[in-house]
Design a protein around this ligand. Structure first.
Ligand SMILES: Nc1ncnc2c1ncn2[C@@H]1O[C@H](COP(=O)(O)OP(=O)(O)OP(=O)(O)O)[C@@H](O)[C@H]1O
Length: 352
């Protein structure tokens, strides 16, 4: 989302004045080189994405598969180099880190990733003790005894009994225990920022709630900032402070989660909340109120607004002019009809 059209008079409130731990600005990433003479084209994994994460905050990233959520996490830890844009972590321009400096940053474990599938991401031959200790071995800053102590402490922090767990291997753990071991491993270096990629999608409801409340406790106990990547809003409601909604490589809306759930500003977010009515009790929408009218004109899928082809409220401007992106109260939505589409729904209801 580009920030070039910000309104200078907007007061974002006291929260916004805390310096962000992570500031991503107009970040574009492509895994395929753009064709000659084109800019990013349709192959971009991330297009002009902007996002801030403040210390101790939980930010949810939601969006359908392939919308660029994991790419943002990978770019932040330096696993993929952006085509354009800027990533600042704790005031440091990550783009300026190269070679040894980048390797040292990665080794320090200040930003950690928890992967989607712990069974695949945890080495099956290593014991829990070795798995949780590994990032500390790589960082190389603690003595052997201190590392062991940290492993034990990390397992306790995620609610696992070290005596019962240290010598087990991943296949000897339940799904929930494996996810906790992944978390213990990620927090062993005491990171400032944790990216959790679909941390609960493979878990049943009770384990899901346990892991989510654990993340909430970790941010309080360790002052950790957490970014939770999710497919659906349900797993973010009640835990995230803010949410960013991704659609086809772009951030289409972001803001405080309660405000976004109660009054989505982007029609795509509206569709998400309408499809998960249990997450909001206010302003209930039905998916059919937001889907394009089959009788109406259709819009290109690759116009300026990537959602126009699925949007009931698209009009000419949506295909040829970038949408303004700033609302008030720490909220953004990249949409020409941000918020206004609601009135159009009322009109059509009144008309019928
Ligand atoms: N290593 C890669 N090489 C080429 N293309 C990739 C690679 N990784 C991701 N992509 C593409 O980049 C886009 C964004 O992928 P990304 O993994 O960031 O999406 P996501 O929102 O995290 O999806 P999911 O919810 O399925 O994990 C997709 O079109 C994907 O196919």
């Amino acid at each position: 989302m580009t920030t070039t059209q910000e309104r200078p008079d907007v007061d974002d409130g006291p929260e916004a004045r805390v310096a962000p731990l992570l500031r991503v600005t107009d970040l574009s990433v492509s895994y395929v080189p753009p064709k000659k003479g084109t800019s990013l084209g349709t192959g971009a994994a991330l297009t002009e994405a902007s996002l801030e994460v403040r210390p101790g905050e939980i930010v949810g990233i939601v969006g359908e598969t392939g919308s660029g959520k994991t790419t943002l996490a990978r770019a932040t830890v330096g696993l993929v180099r952006p085509v354009a844009g800027r990533i600042e972590f704790a005031g440091q321009d990550m783009g300026a880190l190269r070679g040894r400096a980048l390797r040292e940053f990665r080794r320090s474990g200040q930003v950690q990733l928890v992967f989607q599938d712990p069974l695949r991401s945890l080495d099956p031959d290593l014991t829990v003790a070795a798995l949780v200790r590994e990032p500390l071995d790589i960082a190389g800053t603690l003595s052997r005894a201190e590392r062991h102590e940290r492993v034990v402490e990390s397992l306790r922090l995620v609610g696992l009994d070290p005596d019962a767990m240290l010598d087990r291997r991943p296949r000897q753990l339940s799904g929930g225990q494996r996810q906790r071991v992944s978390l213990a491993r990620a927090i062993s270096t005491r990171p400032q920022l944790l990216f959790c990629d679909e941390p609960v999608s493979a878990l049943d409801v009770s384990n899901r709630n346990l892991v989510l409340s654990l993340l909430d406790r970790l941010r309080r106990d360790l002052g950790l900032a957490v970014v939770i990547i999710a497919h659906d809003l349900r797993s973010l409601a009640g835990i995230a402070d803010r949410v960013a909604v991704f659609y086809r490589s772009r951030v289409v809306e972001q803001g405080p989660i309660q405000a976004v759930l109660e009054r989505p500003a982007h029609p795509y977010t509206g569709l998400l909340t309408a499809s998960a009515p249990s997450v909001t009790h206010v302003d209930r929408l039905r998916p059919d109120q937001l889907r394009p009218d089959p009788e109406a004109r259709s819009w290109p899928a690759h116009g300026v607004c990537v959602f126009a082809a699925r949007c009931r409220f698209a009009h000419d401007a949506c295909t040829d002019q970038p949408a303004p992106v700033r609302l008030a109260d720490d909220r953004e939505a990249a949409c020409h009809v941000a918020g206004e589409w609601r009135a159009l729904i009322t009109d059509s209801k009144e008309a019928s």
